[in-house]
Design a protein around this ligand. Structure first.
Ligand SMILES: [Zn+2]
Length: 497
């Protein structure tokens, strides 16, 4: 048996100014290919890791032409997309595969395409009309018809934070093998409803997504081979942004359609619970200041700078929340992180222990949102200098190599500020520990994240205070100028009936 396995992942924030060239795909110079990709992902908790394990158990020969994953940012440069899609399609053209397993995101927009994944799948199908294809998608996928009808089996994450990337791909791969052996005959039904669930309300330890995903799980005991509810990615101005559902059954189209309709109906009924209420920043910080210090064994208060999450396309260099923390005089704080390669370079040049005054952040213009974030002048000592590489502790992406680029910690006396030079969201404890910051010794930890921080620090936090700052993953959707998303759509237009 021969299997073609590939990864192409990018969550595109069409409001982001952060460029997406080919070099952004991968842990440094760009994507990984062939044996290097297999070595990097084998035995990790990633989707690719799962496909490789499924293939190994089946005794299959694997061809892995490319593994390309970039942190969220603006639409993918056409040349980068063409390179990734060409590499996958060149392998398909060579032929001789019994099955194809793809680890895709599902919310990839390119400079020329609103549906990057659908275009890839359509192209694969035009080269090879028959070989069965399994696809695993992120819960933030914005589904289009091409993403579904050109696949044999589709499965999506059921957790946010995404701690089931491995399980999602494993199930998709296993159903594909069963289909290849003629044991099942997958049929797929998908659909969407006109709603943009707020990202801050999508966590699967919260109502209503917890219950919705539990229902997807239960459907596998009621005849579904796979059932997925995609909350979608709202910071994408494309027609199909928003919530959708996909159900795969064994030859039973009516069942697939009725389970799909049930998921969509349940989500629509809960639409009001997917709306997020914003608290003014000064009020949030005052509330944090009034929180009693952690007792023995208690973790820090997490201050969530959720408008500037690099894993949603944020520049990770806005300073408004950090400035408010400094202004309020909060003590024993760690802040992760400000993306600023230039400031990192200056701190490294000054050396460990040196006192420096640096202008940090606020360097990337954000023309698509009405607010701006100025740079912040900080005086502190250089506490840590690091190459910025670590492996995820998990549970999210366990074992996957991460790269913050050259990184430093600047200590103002009250606040330890991590400065990094590649975008990494703080969803894993090792991003802090690798820089010599132990969050359990801090009274406050500021994180530029929305939901994924809960994977690493959720259980440790004494409390969380959500801080409305500035950034292109703004939680105030009235700041986003939507032109292409289908209208009317809840909550932008539709009355809550
Ligand atoms: Zn996601």
């Amino acid at each position: 048996m021969r299997l073609l396995i590939a990864m192409m992942k990018h969550e595109t924030n069409t409001f982001s100014p952060v460029p997406t060239p080919l070099a952004r795909f991968g842990g440094g110079p760009g994507p990984l290919y062939g044996e290097a990709a297999i070595r990097a992902f084998k035995s990790t908790g990633s989707g690719l890791g799962a496909y490789l394990d499924v293939a190994e158990r089946a005794g299959a020969e694997v061809v892995l032409p490319i593994a390309a994953s970039a942190p969220p940012s603006r639409p993918v440069e056409d040349a980068a997309y063409k390179h990734i899609a060409d590499t996958i399609c060149a392998a398909v053209e060579k032929g001789g595969f019994d099955g194809i397993m793809l680890d895709l995101h599902g919310a990839m927009v390119t400079e020329s395409l609103d549906d990057g994944e659908g275009a890839l799948l359509r192209r694969i199908r035009s080269i090879d009309a028959k070989t069965p294809i399994a696809v695993s998608y992120d819960m933030h996928a914005n589904l289009y018809d091409d993403m579904i009808v050109n696949a044999t089996v589709v499965n999506g994450y059921r957790t946010y934070p995404h701690i089931d990337t491995y399980d999602t791909a494993k199930l998709a791969g296993e159903v594909l093998l069963r289909a290849m052996r003629g044991e099942v005959n997958p049929v797929i039904a998908w659909g969407n409803v006109p709603m943009l669930p707020h990202v801050m309300r999508q966590g699967t330890d919260d109502h209503p997504n917890q219950e919705l995903q539990a229902r997807c799980n239960a459907m596998s005991r009621e005849g579904a081979l796979a059932a997925s509810l995609f909350t979608g990615f709202p910071h994408a101005d494309i027609a199909n942004a928003g919530l959708s559902a996909v159900v795969v059954t064994d030859g039973d189209r009516a069942l697939a359609e009725s389970l799909r309709d049930e998921l969509l109906d349940r989500a629509w009924v809960e639409r009001e619970a997917f709306v997020y209420k914003i608290e003014p920043l000064a009020q949030s910080i005052a509330r944090a200041a009034a929180t009693p210090p952690p007792a023995a064994g208690e973790g820090p208060v997490v201050l969530l700078d959720h408008y500037d999450n690099c894993a949603s396309g944020g520049t990770m260099d806005t300073t408004v929340v950090l400035a408010e923390i400094l202004k309020a005089g909060l003590d024993n704080v760690a802040a992760f992180a400000i993306y600023d390669p230039e400031a990192v370079h200056q701190a490294i040049a000054a050396g460990i222990g040196a006192e420096v005054t640096l202008s940090i952040g606020g360097k990337i213009a954000m023309p698509q949102i009405p607010e701006a974030s100025p740079p912040l002048t900080i005086t502190g000592r250089v506490k840590t200098i690091s190459h910025g590489r670590f492996r995820n502790k998990g549970p999210m992406g366990r074992g996957v190599q991460m790269d913050m680029g050259p990184s430093v910690v600047l200590d103002t006396g009250k606040v330890e500020i991590a400065l990094i030079s590649r975008h990494v969201e703080p969803n894993d404890l090792n991003c802090l520990l690798s820089l010599g910051i132990d969050p359990m010794q801090k009274r406050y930890v500021m994180l530029k994240s929305r939901i994924h921080w809960r994977a690493g620090l959720g259980k440790l936090a004494k409390a969380v205070v959500e801080c409305a700052g500035v950034g292109v993953c703004t939680s105030d959707y009235s700041q986003l100028k939507f032109a292409k998303v289908r209208r009317p759509i809840y909550p932008l237009d539709l009355p809550n009936r």
